[in-house]
Design a protein around this ligand. Structure first.
Ligand code: FPP
Length: 287
């Protein structure tokens, strides 16, 4: 996967002294990390806004409002540690279809105001904003602000903040398969020749590495139709903390947990690989 964005990665790995901008508590966790093994891509399912509000006898929208604050805190910590890719599940296709109109409408207004209020801070932090999802179905005034924010941050070469908006992984696959089928027909390519690589290159995320780490807040053990193809080998970290209480330090804790894992991608570790003695057929039957 490195081949197609090698240049961009080299740029993003230029040494940065921005770690000094972390809070003392964040620095304490960062010091435990191996900077050479930072994940390249962290994706977050931001959940628990409604429960956060409910616990305080507040209306749900106030949870979303606080959740938008968390977004900016987390983005800034990500940029200080030079995390190349951060993807946030901000609004799913299912949210769009199944939530009350008033809540959907509030989320759209919140997104616009988040963009307007934070583009300057994104530029200060060298953050570029991008989007995945069926964004063309969002209200036109939201799309305009999204485009404006993307253009206003396009020159940045630090963390790429991707917001998944009106996003569903199954519909992403449907969109990819449609495009791929059209391409195969136009180029007269036999369907037998379609590879995993072909599918990956038609996903919304074609330009990104797959997420190394997927974080979900609020204690639910679900993937909720998020990046289903891309998270085939992702490490998953679930925290009980509701999203409005999630801060940069919690991102660093998730990364510390990730670094304690052993990723094998369906293979074996070095010690296991050394056991190459033949196995007789008599062991096929349990004794
Ligand atoms: C889940 O909480 C969260 C969402 C449906 C949307 C996420 C939105 C934000 C974090 C705020 C806006 C984001 C940006 C980028 C400005 P939930 O309502 O499902 O919580 P619950 O499961 O506790 O009800």
């Amino acid at each position: 996967m490195l081949r197609s964005y090698g240049k961009a990665i080299v740029l993003r790995f230029l040494p940065s002294n921005r770690v000094a901008e972390l809070s003392p508590e964040e620095q304490a966790i960062y010091r435990q990390l191996d900077p050479a093994r930072l994940p390249q891509h962290v994706a977050i399912i931001m959940d628990g806004n409604g429960r956060w509000a409910g616990k305080r006898s507040l209306r749900r929208f106030l949870g979303h409002q606080q959740g938008a604050e968390s977004v900016q805190f987390v983005v800034e910590t990500a940029s200080r540690i030079n995390l190349p890719w951060l993807t946030l599940y901000a609004f799913s296709l299912e949210n769009n279809l199944r939530r009350p109109k008033t809540e959907v409408n509030f989320l759209m207004r919140l997104l616009r105001s988040y963009l307007v209020d934070n583009v300057e801070r994104m530029n200060d932090n060298n953050v570029r904003i991008a989007y995945i999802g069926r964004t063309h179905e969002l209200p036109s005034e939201v799309q305009e602000k999204m485009q404006w924010a993307a253009e206003a941050t396009a020159h940045n070469n630090g963390t790429v903040l991707t917001l998944a908006l009106n996003y569903g992984a199954r519909s992403e696959l449907v969109d990819a398969v449609r495009r791929l089928a059209r391409e195969a027909a136009a180029k007269n390519v036999s369907l037998e020749h379609i590879s995993e690589e072909d599918i990956s290159r038609h996903l919304y995320t074609a330009h990104m590495p797959d997420p190394d780490l997927v974080v979900r807040t609020s204690g639910e053990f679900r993937v909720s139709n998020f990046l289903l193809w891309q998270m085939a080998y992702s490490e998953i970290y679930v925290t009980e903390r509701f999203w409005p209480d999630f801060r940069g330090i919690h991102l660093l804790e998730a990364i510390a947990d990730y670094q304690r894992r052993e990723r094998r991608y369906g293979g074996l570790n070095k010690r296991q690989e050394s056991d190459e003695a033949p196995i007789p057929d008599s062991f096929l039957v349990p004794r």
